[in-house]
Unconditional design. Structure first.
Length: 135
């Protein structure tokens, strides 16, 4: 397997309570914690997510991933949500959770991803395609 991964996920996101749907993009860089035993199933990294709405939503994330088996990835990412509105900028804590099933095509992994993010400002749900490049 690879030690590093650069990945992105184009997706469609539903934002509650506004009931607004918009395209979104999630980018991340991960590092696997080891090559043996349990450590090979754990990764840490950084991510950024943008939801392209009238009021731009974006998040900066610390990412923690677990691969319980080869193709399935659970990712939990605490971070900061930024929402830019006409008269104010909102910044608050956010928890982002994603589930990915990845098909291995050599150094490229591709597959469906679903996720949700929770903050006091809103909750959003996303569905998309994850594409990752192992390094």
């Amino acid at each position: 397997g690879h030690v590093y991964e650069l990945g992105f996920s184009p997706s469609i996101t539903l934002i509650k309570p506004e009931d607004e749907t918009a395209p979104s993009l999630h980018l991340h860089a991960h590092r696997r914690l080891g090559s043996e035993n349990f450590k090979q199933r754990l990764s840490v990294g950084l991510g950024v997510e943008t939801i392209f709405t009238e009021h731009l939503h974006y998040s900066l994330l610390a990412s923690f991933s677990y691969n319980p088996f080869a193709a399935f990835i659970i990712d939990v990412s605490p971070g900061i949500l930024f929402v830019e509105e006409e008269d104010e900028s909102i910044r608050e804590y956010l928890t982002h959770i994603e589930l990915t099933y990845e098909f291995d095509l050599g150094q490229i992994g591709i597959g469906p991803v679903v996720g949700m993010a929770l903050s006091s400002e809103d909750t959003h749900y996303m569905v998309g395609v994850h594409i990752g490049k192992g390094l």
